[in-house]
Design a protein around this ligand. Structure first.
Ligand SMILES: [Zn+2]
Length: 468
């Protein structure tokens, strides 16, 4: 199987996601693929890392219904304007038209906040911090792509309510910090960008987004954090009695990371042999492969199984004693992206050694008795190499455009993130769109003065890119 990634990313992506057992797109609804065992496990471990971080920050885990009554969904006017073009409706129960039509949640603000209004009574109930890991629905009309753009999207969404604006602002910052650590653990570089007014979340005061760059130079939004102010609180009467006895609206935030995080991880780290998984999300972290030669199966198994048993107490391990030849096993586990492989054959046994090979091809022979320490250092250096390689690719895709022509040149070659000036007018955005470029926003929320590359008027420095 030919799996060349460079210059061939789109085909590589479809092929590897299927061959490695991530998704099967043959389910007969556009944008609703089946998550296969290997892919769903990896996604589960990935969201597990995030859930653990949110738990540590005081969140509770909840599950709200998938359907939202139309009248409740429509109550926050900006929000409904932002989503009405892509919601999926439930209109019938059996043969009868429903009295009130239902929306399949495109996101859960409008299902949760009427209930928050019942849960929150006094300042003692605040802050309220919950999350759910679940599916959301959007009737995408653009071309869909598994994990990147679909009609059923698996994600983790968090929601909070606070007594004061300051509390909400601090919470937004703390979530940004959690998302930052989450992506560091996945060895994935990103930019934190404050979205411009025209691209913030429908109903939010402001939106911060995490964006990364994909192998084809397009940018991918891989997380958002919104300060909702009191917009939803006012629409849904989410109020609390303050210490001074006064009833006030809460201040809220919401935030989410979807399976796009997995899409980015698989795309950025993968290579011509298949997936290259970050250690913490790989369903199998270390695979043990015995190298049999004539008549020594028991001896090799006994030797290698002992090391496997020890490692399996700490890591997710697999002992592959199947009938395939070692070369075929290597190929299979490399395609799956398993980070570390441990081998032993007669030559290793004679010297009391084990051979460790990481998914990036680094190979070493270690003393049998020093295996535990050796594996730990292999894991560390593997993660460091993965992070460095991803960072190098990311840095190679940062540019600056002093003029519209320069921008056009960059978009015709490597794309990526481009810093440039923008005046804030939508007319200039339209001209940028002629190059398929969008204004992603202000890096880190910074508002540096810079002249617009389209019209020359005073403006601010923004990050541009061609988003998925
Ligand atoms: Zn302009």
């Amino acid at each position: 199987m030919e799996l060349k990634k460079e210059g061939n990313f789109s085909e590589w992506y479809s092929k590897v996601l299927f061959e490695a057992g991530i998704v099967d797109v043959r389910y007969p609804i556009k944008g609703m693929p089946v998550y296969m065992p290997w892919g769903f496990r990896a996604m589960d471990y990935m969201f597990g890392i995030l859930e653990h971080m949110l738990d540590e920050a005081g969140h509770d885990k909840v599950l709200f219904p998938v359907a939202i009554p139309q009248t409740i969904f429509s109550r926050e006017s900006e929000h409904i304007r932002g989503f009405e073009g892509e919601v999926l409706w439930v209109t019938h129960g059996g043969k009868n038209m429903l009295e009130e039509q239902l929306v399949l949640r495109p996101t859960s603000e409008t299902s949760m906040y009427p209930i928050f209004a019942l849960w929150i009574r006094s300042h003692a109930d605040l802050p309220l911090k919950v999350y759910q890991t679940t599916a959301i629905y959007r009737h995408e009309t653009k071309a869909t792509r598994p994990l990147i753009r679909g009609r059923e999207v698996y994600w983790n969404e968090g929601h909070s309510a606070h007594a004061t604006r300051d509390d909400a602002v601090h919470h937004v910052e703390s979530i940004i910090d959690i998302y930052r650590r989450f992506y560091e653990q996945l060895c994935l570089p990103f930019k934190l960008i404050k979205r411009p007014e025209h691209d913030k979340f429908a109903g939010a005061d402001y939106t911060y987004a995490f964006d990364t760059v994909m192998p084809d130079g397009k940018t991918l939004q891989i997380g958002t954090v919104h300060n909702l102010g009191q917009n939803f609180a006012k629409a849904y009467d989410v109020m609390f009695c303050d210490e001074d006895g006064e009833n006030k609206h809460v201040h809220q935030s919401s935030y989410g990371i979807s399976m796009r995080a997995l899409a980015a991880v698989l795309s950025v780290h993968g290579d011509d042999k298949g997936l290259v998984l970050p250690f913490d999300i790989s369903p199998v972290q270390i695979v043990f492969i015995p190298i049999y030669s004539k008549g020594n199966k028991n001896e090799v198994d006994e030797y290698l199984r002992e090391a496997y048993g020890r490692a399996n107490k700490k890591y997710r391990c697999r002992y592959d004693d199947g009938d395939k030849r070692p070369g075929d096993k290597f190929y299979y586990w490399e395609l799956k992206g398993v980070p570390v492989r441990v081998e032993a054959g007669m030559r290793d046994i004679e010297k009391k050694k084990l051979t460790i090979v990481d998914r990036l091809g680094n190979k070493l022979q270690v003393d049998y008795d020093a295996f535990d320490d050796a594996i730990l250092s292999v894991i560390k250096s593997y993660s460091a190499h993965l992070r460095d390689a991803a960072r190098k690719f990311f840095d190679d895709h940062l540019s600056d455009a002093g003029s519209f022509d320069e921008l056009a040149d960059i978009m015709n070659s490597k794309r990526g993130f481009i810093t440039a000036g923008w005046c804030g007018d939508m007319e200039c955005v339209e001209k940028l769109k002629s190059l398929a470029v969008d204004v992603l926003g202000y890096e880190g929320g910074e508002m540096k003065d810079r002249k617009c590359i389209v019209c020359g008027k005073e403006g601010k420095q923004v990050v541009l890119g061609k988003p998925y």
